[in-house]
Design a protein around this ligand. Structure first.
Ligand SMILES: [Zn+2]
Ligand SMILES: [Zn+2]
Length: 369
């Protein structure tokens, strides 16, 4: 069964803290493994999170501040050490080519993995295939920074019982999928008669920026928005001065964009408790979680189009099996689903000692139910 989830590897801006690693986020999306902004220590955080280098087939870097890229040196070498058998595509701002080159060749190692660089020179599509489109927009951070957005193409879900009723089976199903219609016993069966729309999901990654139009565009209609909230509103001026935003501003962007689930991250080292971030953002948006190192956050499931299925079938039978389709418009987003799960353990960069256990306890507490 396919898995769609965000694995949080690190949540700290600028410098790691005792309980928060530099940034790092692995998006597992069916067979895709997209590593966003690997900061220092990402390789070790992946071990804690029980994910392998082999699970990565794409790396996306928003900009070349160290907390978003220093881990690329270690990860590049690890991909070779583990002899990852597939190409790994790496997207990064083209203006940072010199930093990319240095990180790729930071020290001596036997390079065998195939790393395919994709310098991003302008806004727009950075990759597309039959299932996914990856796009970018330029953010407002003072240095060249891109936010990314994943858009799954809309598909159609086959209705097995209707297929059976119409006598479509075996090779005829494949032909129907390929051609949009098939002839069975002298009768033409069209795809829309035996399937329902299965709208694609969307995900956005908005890191290191002041509030801007591009951030809203990236977040438009997404099922999950991972967004920086370096500061609280009490430091809004400082946030603006340093090219960042507050939890409240992040939530406003999510609300304006119609994002279903907001994941706040990239916290300044000055904050020990993240509860105020949650409180501030939840006053604006109903569905917010605070990222913590080691947390796995499922992509909220879309509601099945059972009503449409029932319409076609004349009953409440369940639709199964999706296949690529060509439905241009997304329906309205489904209501929020169950809250994300939390790993039984948070991943401390340094195991807490007796002296720090009180703070550790605070950090280990689930803060969002
Ligand atoms: Zn940063
Ligand atoms: Zn930055």
């Amino acid at each position: 069964m396919s898995v769609r989830e965000l694995i949080v590897l690190g949540t700290s801006s600028q410098v790691p803290t005792r309980y928060r690693n530099h940034n790092g986020y692995l998006l597992r999306w069916d067979e895709e493994g997209i590593l966003f902004d690997p900061g220092e220590g990402t390789q070790r955080q992946m071990i804690y999170a029980d994910v392998t280098a082999t699970s990565i087939n794409r790396v996306m870097i928003t900009h070349f501040h160290g907390d978003h890229c220093l881990g690329l040196a270690g990860m590049s070498q690890r991909l070779s050490l583990d002899r990852v058998p597939h190409p790994v595509h790496i997207h990064f701002p083209a203006s940072g080519q010199v930093f990319y080159d240095r990180l790729r060749r930071a020290s001596i190692y036997h390079a065998v993995a195939e790393l395919v660089p994709h310098p991003v020179r302008q806004e727009g599509v950075v990759h597309e295939d039959e299932r996914l489109i990856l796009e970018c927009r330029r953010l407002d951070h003072g240095v060249d920074t891109y936010g990314y957005r994943l858009v799954e193409r809309d598909r159609r879900t086959m209705l097995p019982e209707v297929l059976a009723e119409r006598g479509v089976r075996g090779r005829a199903i494949g032909e129907l999928q390929r051609n949009g219609e098939v002839e069975v016993q002298g009768e033409v069966v069209r795809l829309d008669e035996v399937s329902v729309p299965c709208p694609g999901q969307r995900f956005a990654f908005v890191m290191d920026t002041r509030p801007c139009r591009a951030a809203i565009e990236l977040a438009e209609g997404v099922d999950m928005l991972v967004i920086e909230s370096t500061y609280l509103s009490s430091e809004q001026r400082e946030a603006n001065d340093h090219g960042h935003m507050t939890a409240r501003q992040a939530a406003i962007i999510a609300r304006e964009a119609g994002a279903k689930l907001v994941v706040l991250t990239h916290f300044s080292q000055r904050y020990q408790s993240l509860d105020p971030f949650l409180k501030e953002a939840r006053a604006v948006h109903p569905n917010v979680v605070v990222a913590k190192d080691g947390r796995r956050i499922p992509i909220p499931r879309r509601q099945r189009t059972d009503n449409e299925a029932a319409e076609i079938m004349g009953s409440n039978r369940t639709a199964t099996r999706a296949l690529p389709g060509a439905q241009p418009a997304l329906p309205p987003t489904a209501p929020p689903t169950a809250p994300p799960t939390v790993l039984p353990t948070v991943l401390p960069t340094v195991p807490p000692t007796a002296e720090t256990s009180q703070v550790a306890g605070e950090m280990l507490e689930p803060d969002d139910g």
